[in-house]
Write a protein that binds this ligand. Structure first.
Ligand code: NAD
Ligand code: MG
Length: 382
């Protein structure tokens, strides 16, 4: 088997660092070719010294000299700035790009990688939420496979391998987050610390807040539509607090397939890089006797308004998912900086959906403008 050279967009984050663990455990199969970070120069330098990649990018240009000097005794190429992210993924030596940047910032370098015909292992769900139709079209034009890393979508992808048959329903499991079982009223005075305590997963701050509002599941419904080409009414959510069943597919004969495992992102990351193979590893195994109760319940659309917002955006289509994504990014950031209350997150998003112009068939530039305008509008309300 050929060794695969991997570019990790966002190597210093939660998915990025776990991707490096997978690479480290598979030195005969994977090489860290390109590493990038937004502002975390110290960790990027440390990673570069350990993995000796061909190139690194620090998006924050003010830290270029720091990274350059720290790596002057190595032959690692050092670049800086947002543009460089889109350039490094096109390098001849890159085989697969792991998109582990958080948020809308992942869209442009992902498009650049697809145009250069690189395989995509996609963690950055916001890319598909904002511009799923465009991304699918580009992947088709360039014969580029897009393999999901998000655990639910990896589960569905695994259930569909070798299945030529029609899907009846996709059933996304949701842990329910830290506020499962609460009423909306009980969420009035939620603090940042409470919202950042996810019961099952340790992740970056933005997706952890998205899990607390359940916007994460809403974004994942939209992500699933574009990954699996199903109709909007074929995607359901079921709350499964133990996070052992990672998601399910129901076929037209009523058979349901599920993928199970302990909650550990390293498995879907490794599978996205090993597909179509599976590689041996020493990850802890699921012992069913440790989980005598796997439970399932309906999601609460009254408490978690973000679920309604996401389904409505999915049905509206056009640039609406891009609007809710941008407003959500601004609102979550404001909440993380103690500028707004928890329940203001859905309120701000709804205001943005009512105020930003709807575009039915957006072009790439429409997505960019929608994102810029929505950010500006949402910030003006904070
Ligand atoms: P994180 O905040 O831990 O890491 C984000 C990474 O992206 C960092 O390396 C950071 O330097 C980089 N980055 C952030 N903003 C950037 C910008 N503007 N320009 C360039 N680089 C930038 O996030 P994460 O939890 O690893 O999540 C990454 C993506 O994966 C998100 O889209 C998230 O929804 C998705 N995801 C994460 C998990 C998880 O377990 N963490 C699970 C499923 C999906
Ligand atoms: Mg997920």
């Amino acid at each position: 088997m050929d060794i695969k050279n991997i570019a990790i967009l966002g190597s210093t984050g939660s998915i990025g660092t776990q991707t490096l663990e997978v690479i480290k455990a598979n030195p005969d199969k994977l090489i860290a070719e390109v590493l990038t970070s937004n502002t975390n120069a110290d960790l990027l330098i440390k990673q570069a010294k350990e993995f000796n990649p061909n190139a690194v990018v620090i998006a924050d240009e003010t830290q270029y000299n720091k990274v350059k000097e720290a790596l002057q005794d190595t032959d690692v190429k050092v670049y800086a700035g947002e543009e460089a992210l889109s350039q490094v993924v096109q390098m001849n030596t890159v085989h697969t790009v792991v998109t582990a940047i958080v948020g809308y910032a992942g869209l442009k370098p992902t498009i650049s990688a697809i145009k250069a015909k690189k395989k995509i292992a996609l963690a950055n769900k916001e890319t598909l939420v904002v511009a799923g139709e465009l991304i699918n079209q580009l992947c088709e034009e360039n014969s580029v496979p897009l393999i999901p890393i998000d655990s639910e979508h990896s589960a569905i992808f695994q259930c569909l391998v070798g299945e030529p048959n029609k899907v009846d329903k996709i059933i996304l499991t949701a842990s329910g987050g830290p506020f499962r079982g609460k009423t909306k009223d009980e969420l009035q005075n939620i603090t940042k610390a409470q919202a950042l305590k996810h019961p099952n997963w340790s992740m970056g701050a933005k997706i952890t807040i998205d899990s607390a509002t359940m916007m994460n599941k809403g974004l994942e419904v939209i992500e699933a539509k574009w990954l699996f080409g199903v109709e909007n009414n074929q995607i359901d959510i079921v709350v499964h607090p133990q996070s052992i069943v990672h998601s399910m597919v129901q076929f037209t004969d009523s058979s349901v397939k599920a993928q199970l495992g302990l909650p550990d992102m390293k498995l879907p990351i490794q599978y996205a890089l090993s597909f179509p193979d599976r590689w041996d590893n020493n990850f802890p195994r699921l012992n069913f006797a440790d989980y005598p109760n796997l439970t399932f319940e309906k999601p609460n659309f009254d408490t978690f308004q973000c679920l309604n917002i996401a389904y409505k955006a999915l049905n509206d289509g056009g640039n609406m998912p891009a609007i809710i994504n941008a407003a959500n990014e601004i609102a979550v950031d404001a909440f993380l900086h103690d500028k707004i209350k928890f329940l203001a997150i859905p309120e701000l998003i709804e205001k943005a959906t009512a105020n930003i112009s709807f575009i039915e068939n957006p072009t790439y530039n429409d997505y960019v403008n929608t994102d810029t305008e929505t950010r500006k509008f949402t910030k003006s309300l904070i």
